[in-house]
Write a protein that binds this ligand. Structure first.
Ligand SMILES: O=C(O)CCC(=O)C(=O)O
Length: 298
């Protein structure tokens, strides 16, 4: 099956094939109703307290909150959902020994919000498009996404476009999906939030993953320092960055970064992350970031 729309039992292989072919995939109702209700209840008090955005990019009628791993156990569970991890393994692991959670955020469009400027998430790094996928964004629908309420706008196929090509209005479509579904795309795809022409809000949870050797967008080491990290499961902590990104990348004096969050772990003073990480690192095809054969970096 080539997608781009799947049921919740879709395989990571099929979703990855859709990302390659269309630049995106939609997996319907991947979060069950109970998890979705917990997620929304966890976020409600924060969204009730936050002010509207103050920039064109963040939106002037949009509420945003971040640091979601600290705010919601339901979010922690969805961040490591096996289907999403399977897709991250296939899309990101060919280019890194470990991937991380890059940024977490709720984006709640209020009635009357205008469409966001269409952009590519890879623009956060100084790279030319199309490139290897440097991030794997996922946008979970906390409400039904419709054309009227600002379901994420995407430009199918734009993941293959040259650096300077920009979308025409007729190439942009709105993502529609029921609450609990997730839109998955890569750093090369043009997208942005839609205009909310409805009378209700449109709530999304963005969980983006990135190559472990790149700086994460959200500084989750400072947002979730060791004393706050103690109640969070190890596999989630590793994902936010309490881990090696590759051999030698990210050690602490005691060895593994997790030791600063869990005093019961042994301090082995190892800086390499171990044999499995070394093997993964050696398996990556070196990435060309410039061609100096003619004496320039172009
Ligand atoms: O809200 C959305 O649907 C997408 C938001 C987005 O792409 C962004 O804020 O960078």
């Amino acid at each position: 099956m080539s997608g781009p729309r799947f049921g919740c039992d879709a395989s990571p292989d099929d979703i990855t094939a859709s990302l390659d072919e269309h630049g995106y995939a939609i997996v319907e109702r991947l979060a069950d109703g109970v998890t979705l209700a917990r997620l929304n209840a966890d976020f409600d008090p924060y969204l009730n307290a936050v002010k509207l955005g103050e920039t064109d990019f963040a939106g002037h009628s949009t509420k945003r909150i971040n640091n979601l791993i600290a705010k919601s156990t339901a979010c922690q569970e969805l961040a490591i959902h096996p289907t999403i991890m399977g897709v991250c393994d296939r899309v990101l692991l060919p280019h890194c020994a470990r991937y991380h959670l890059h940024v977490t955020g709720v984006i709640e469009l209020q009635p009357g919000e205008a469409a966001q400027v269409i952009h590519r998430d890879g623009q956060i790094y100084p790279i030319r498009f199309p490139s290897i996928p440097v991030t794997l964004p996922t946008i979970w629908a906390c409400d039904d996404f419709t054309e009227e309420n600002g379901g994420t706008q995407i430009v199918p196929g734009s993941h293959r476009w040259a650096h300077d090509r920009e979308p025409e209005p007729n190439e942009v479509i709105n993502t529609t999906m029921p609450a609990g579904s997730v839109l998955i795309y890569t750093s090369n795809l043009y997208h942005g939030s839609g205009a909310n022409r409805s009378n209700g809000t449109r709530r999304a949870m963005a969980l983006h993953y990135n190559l472990g050797w790149l700086r994460q967008e959200e500084n989750q080491y400072l947002s979730i320092p060791p004393e706050k990290a103690r109640d969070i499961p190890h596999d989630v902590l590793r994902l936010i960055g309490y881990d090696f990104a590759g051999p030698y990348l990210g050690f602490v004096e005691e060895g593994h970064p997790l030791t600063v969050a869990d005093p019961d772990l042994p301090r082995d003073m190892d800086r390499t992350g171990g044999d499995e990480l070394m093997a993964r690192s050696m398996a990556i095809t070196p990435i060309r970031v410039g061609d100096v054969s003619n004496g320039t970096w172009d």
